[in-house]
Design a protein around this ligand. Sequence first.
Ligand code: SUG
Length: 448
Amino acid sequence: MNSFEANFDGLVGPTHNYAGLSEGNVASKLSANDISSPRNAALQGINKMKALHDLGMTQGVFAPQERPDIFSLRRLGFSGTDANVLEQAYKVAPSVLSACCSASSMWTANAATVSPSGDSLDGKIHFTPANLTNKFHRSLEPETTGNILKSVFNDDKYFNHHLHLNDNDHFGDEGAANHTRLCGSYGEQGVEIFTFGKYAFNASMPAPKKYPARQTLEASQAVARLHGLSDDGVVYVQQNPDVIDQGVFHNDVISVGNQNVLFYHEQAFLNTDVFLNELSEKFAKTSSEQLHFIKVPTEEVSLEDCVKTYLFNTQIITLNDGTMTIIAPMHCHDNPRVKAYLDKLVTQNTPIKQVKYFDVNESMKNGGGPACLRLRVAMTQQELGAVNQNCLMNDELYSNLTAWVNKHYRDSICFDDLRDPSLLVESRTALDELTQLLKLGSVYRFQR
Ligand code: SUG
């Protein structure tokens, strides 16, 4: 295969905890203040990466961010030694402390939007880190995300890196969580689907009423401009505001695409017919493959079941034999209606032929399924050759990462642990070692 899709999964960081930080994300709110296991969370993620590698996929590893984010706490007025900073924040602003300790960068679907070289005017792969402005804890991520992306994709002959969009709700951008791409073969021009939650400059247009729309149309348009995408290579579609109000905070909780397949819930979009017509027309200009629109009706799987099981936060991957496999969380297996749907799906006339279930429960409890954990980068062999090879999963990296987690990560964390200065030291020691393992250079502030 000359072109393919690589998945870069976010490694869960050493401070992984449940802080209930994400209004609009049902699982995050439900798990607030539960005790987390950073070690299990990281191992679950690494095991998923290894399993995809074993399936013959190109699998990358994306480093976590430094947390506690002492630099942000100092910026917000806490001072003294690092231990004083943590203690003061714990006493007077516990919510700020939790936010500055979140390991949320593990959900790399939100790290950036990536456009492959087949789509861009200059023939390079484009990366724009997401500004994640809607949630304070996530808005701390883009700068370091940019550093890590530049270190992994470090060759300007092939890769073009942009600055994240302006940090303002008008340009709220959640990266690949609201972006999917249909194509014939991965290396050819495809059609990029940008899903948005609201219009930034027109309050009279439809928008959710209860929960925030995290992505604006204007942000999506800016990313498409930066990436040099042609009008024929882009479709914008608004997410149904009612589903956002029912807990579908990102589009990848309600639809997912791969090559010639779009798998979506019937309530996912506004003006679905107009959207699918435009998509079909544009797709037909780029590929002669037959398009498969797999629509899941509410009567078969309710919206509530989608949000609980993350049926659509699954990865659809193309194996080397050309068939597609769904990578699903165990929650889909354990829900009889969703399991029955998936059992039926693999017998039908679509490219999807099997489902594999994974335990990513530590991530699911914060609203992140298998697809949230990965950033997709469609690329050619040549482009892969220009990637930092130390970040690509193989048997050796798997055992090194497993040993690294077992050496540095705690078994459990609760809110009170976040003020512990030794957690900061442990976390920095671990990340410093990781940057050597992955040969990333000094991507963190504490290293500069
Ligand atoms: O941004 N949860 C993340 C989950 C992101 C899922 N990503 C995608 N759907 N692509 C979020 O809401 C919860 C953190 C906490 O509550 O401790 C959190 O940030």
